[in-house]
Design a protein around this ligand. Sequence first.
Ligand SMILES: Nc1ncnc2c1ncn2[C@@H]1O[C@H](COP(=O)(O)OP(=O)(O)OP(=O)(O)O)[C@@H](O)[C@H]1O
Length: 315
Amino acid sequence: MIEMRDLRKEFTVRVRKGVLRREKRTVTAVDGIDLVIAEGEMVGYIGPNGAGKSTTLKMLTGVLAPSAGSVSVCGLTPVPQRTRLALSIGVVFGQRSQLWWDLPLRDSFALLRHVYRVPADAHAARLRRCRALLELDEFLDIPVRQLSLGQRMRGELTAALLHGPSVLFLDEPTIGLDVVSKQAVRSFLAELGATGAMTLVLTTHDLADIERLCRRLVVIDHGRVVHDGTIEALHSRYGSRRRLVADLDLPLPPGFTVPGAELVSLEADGHRASFDLLSSSAGAVVGELTALASVRDLSLVEPDIEDVVARLYRS
Ligand SMILES: Nc1ncnc2c1ncn2[C@@H]1O[C@H](COP(=O)(O)OP(=O)(O)OP(=O)(O)O)[C@@H](O)[C@H]1O
């Protein structure tokens, strides 16, 4: 569905050098990206600020021409075939709107049907589905300028889907949304992805979006791919550890060790012990503990994707 081969984008910027002097400088935003995304994949495309995510999305959607390399989406070359491409892709940029500010959503949706020349019955069926799943009915007749951010975002998602695209590009779709609206947007996207017919590329700084929606995670930094794989692969590559916390009826004796586990803290006068599981299983640690004291309570803390991604960005 999407293919990028040694894709590059450079910008020339003028930097002030003294009162009157300006110097030309080249900024490499995308520095040789090779990626292939198959039909039906849901890919999280993340990276620190300035990594080149938006620039990549702009090249994929035909907004920017690459400086070098090639890109194809749905078998089309985005810039020269931009008009045809627009029929096959949907785009949601969280910071910008594709809706008509003074029109109610209902009218924007009707206009989009004409812009994309969508048959009336197909348009009506898609709108019905979005109305139900995104609960649009209570604000369909309100002008877009008066909608809350969460309501507008639900409108934007609908607008991006009414012409039946097969690829959806989302740039920060949950930015600024409250927890309820975030959940509504995520559930909707999950449902969309579950059909297997939609290819989805999502950039976000909210890693919960990725955890909820994407099997595949591509991390870029300085315009290059630094990780391409599952979230689990990211955890194992960066040594994420599960943590076992045990409450004991007796204090843990000094010098207690379990092979493959690391005692990371001892609290409550030695009654609460936390172990990072390196190569040992939780069961093995519990087995060793019960030989010494009775275990009153246990919890297992899964590694946090925020931590592992922060470590990756730092490295
Ligand atoms: N039009 C432009 N002119 C000059 N430099 C640009 C332009 N657009 C982007 N850049 C530069 O390219 C680099 C990548 O920017 P880009 O917006 O793609 O990053 P991003 O990963 O989307 O960042 P963020 O998470 O902050 O949105 C940055 O150094 C940015 O300053």
